[in-house]
Design a binder for this molecule. Structure first.
Ligand code: SAH
Length: 481
């Protein structure tokens, strides 16, 4: 579970509001400069002031309260910053502020502070504030530096153009959805590149053009593969489509981290099938929802774990859409076999060990799947079973009975590519026992074939594989301790 952030981000309009800064040194001076930039009415309280502050007092830009901190300094103050180099003095300021319910920032002391100043990236009116919740200001600063290099000034210029056009945009496009599409048109258009080249007039023109273009109100559906869970394994196209979605119908398998990347004000509908539930009823409901929202002119994203065309019933959904004349696109995703193999160090094919790869399901519509067991029992091929945490005994017996060697390696990858990934490896004859002993849980994928032996040798991600080999087991335990 990700940690819940302890801090609530908030941007303050300090224009004309009184802010007290206690302390008259260099740190106080830096905070005061930022406060003045934000238009605050600053009072500084300290026995003596360093040069720049003294000059600002002389120029009438800030007010000075001379002496040691006094509680009455907090009268009429919205926010206080304790910036002395004396923890006791800072602590007294924080306590007095707390008693009066005034937010207090204490420089370099997250413990005393009720408000923290974030690391910031500014581009014109646009601001990005970063907080590590006090856990590591260095990390926040590092991220800020990264963003400083990644986000160029054209963003600020664009924000300014949008600000200028704000009234016109609202008048022309009173409808929120239409307005959002307008912004998407501008953002995916040439405006930003033009600004980067310094051509503000042409950028302005691009915005005006986007404003008069009328958008089609046909809804459409994007069938999108969300990959195995790690958002780093989404495609850029999936990300773009998720950012433009009005409605997102997602499976239960889709991770929270991926959903967090989607447009915040999209409507999220979980349509997952539960074990033991009525899958056909659920599927029919999904079809109804797809049609209903697309007909209402929405941009619908149907988001599935892995790839939508690999054991995802994506084909069925598109057939229904086609029958109803609804437009669609398909965005592929990294399927569990590919993601799990990569994260378990199992090359699915190998010049010496496996010349073919089969993706199979362990479960059919009604119970255990039937396969061409003779074909599956051939050596030098990799079998990947989806939905395969049950029926392992039968699977092993069938394969061995049809001639696959009892010593053929297998690997079960549970929660593949996620931080809690577990890999259990062994040989075919001990497959059901090992799965039982280690209480394998869904989602898990089963790989059978010579290449599965690489799980031990090429392990690189998460905990080392659990094997029946005692030495490996000990090593795994030592590693986990
Ligand atoms: N369309 C999906 C598969 C859906 S079927 C895809 O392309 O990956 C669901 C099965 O996928 C699960 O029963 C499990 O076998 C497998 N699976 C999905 N995500 C997984 C993961 N992170 N780790 C292991 N197996 C996973």
């Amino acid at each position: 579970m990700p940690d819940a952030p302890a801090l609530f981000p908030l941007f303050l309009d300090l224009r004309g509001r009184r802010v007290l800064v206690v302390g008259g040194g260099g740190v106080a001076a830096r905070k005061i400069r930022a406060l003045l930039d934000a238009g605050a009415s600053v009072t500084v309280g300290a026995p003596v002031l360093e040069l720049v502050l003294a000059a600002q007092v002389r120029e009438g830009r800030i007010t000075h309260l001379r002496g040691e901190f006094d509680e009455t300094w907090l009268d009429d103050v919205w926010l206080v910053i304790a910036a002395t180099d004396d923890r006791e003095a800072n602590s007294a300021v924080a306590a007095a502020a707390q008693a009066r319910r005034i937010w207090a920032n204490v420089v370099d002391d997250a413990e005393l502070a009720s408000a923290q100043l974030p690391a910031r990236v500014q581009r014109g009116p646009l601001q990005i504030a970063i907080s590590s919740g006090g856990s590591s200001p260095m990390l926040a600063r590092h991220l800020r530096e990264k963003l400083e290099t990644e986000l160029d000034d054209s963003l600020g210029a664009l924000a300014r153009l949008f600000a200028d056009a704000r009234t016109r945009i609202r008048a022309q496009l009173p409808d929120l959805t239409a307005r959002r599409r307008f912004f998407q048109r501008v953002l995916s258009g040439p405006a930003q590149a033009l600004l980067r080249r310094g051509d503000t007039d042409a950028a302005q023109q691009a915005i005006d053009d986007a404003l008069i273009t009328t958008t089609p109100t046909h809804g459409s559906v994007a069938l999108v593969g969300a990959g195995p869970g790690d958002p780093g394994l989404l495609t850029l196209r999936a990300l773009r489509v998720l950012n433009e979605a009005d409605v997102i119908l997602h499976d239960r398998l889709v991770s929270r981290e991926v959903l967090n990347l989607a447009r915040r004000d999209a409507e999220f509908i979980e349509v997952g099938k539960r074990v033991g539930g009525d899958h056909d009823a659920t599927q029919a409901r999904i079809h109804d929802l797809l049609i209903e929202h697309a007909r209402a002119g929405k941009r619908v994203v149907r988001l599935k774990g892995g790839d939508p065309f690999v054991f995802g019933r994506g084909g069925e959904e598109l057939e229904v859409l086609r029958a109803h004349g609804i437009g669609f696109e398909v965005v592929p995703g990294i399927t569990a076999a590919v993601a799990c193999a990569a994260h378990a160090g199992i090359p699915l094919t190998h010049r010496e060990h496996a010349q073919s790869l089969r993706l199979l399901t362990a479960q059919a519509r009604d119970g255990d799947a039937e396969h061409d067991w003779t074909a599956l029992a051939q050596p030098q091929q990799t079998l990947v079973f989806y939905m395969g945490v049950v029926g392992l005994e039968r699977l092993r017996d069938k394969l061995i009975a049809h001639g696959r060697a009892a010593s053929t390696p297998f690997a079960i990858i549970e929660n593949g590519s996620r931080p809690e990934q577990r890999v259990i490896a062994g040989s075919l004859d001990e497959l059901p026992e090992l799965a039982r002993i280690h209480a394998v849980q869904a989602p898990a994928l089963l790989v059978i074939g010579e290449v599965a032996a690489f799980a031990t040798e090429l392990h690189w991600f998460g905990a080392p594989p659990i094997t029946s080999d005692v030495r490996c087991l000990q090593r795994a335990l030592a590693h986990a301790a």
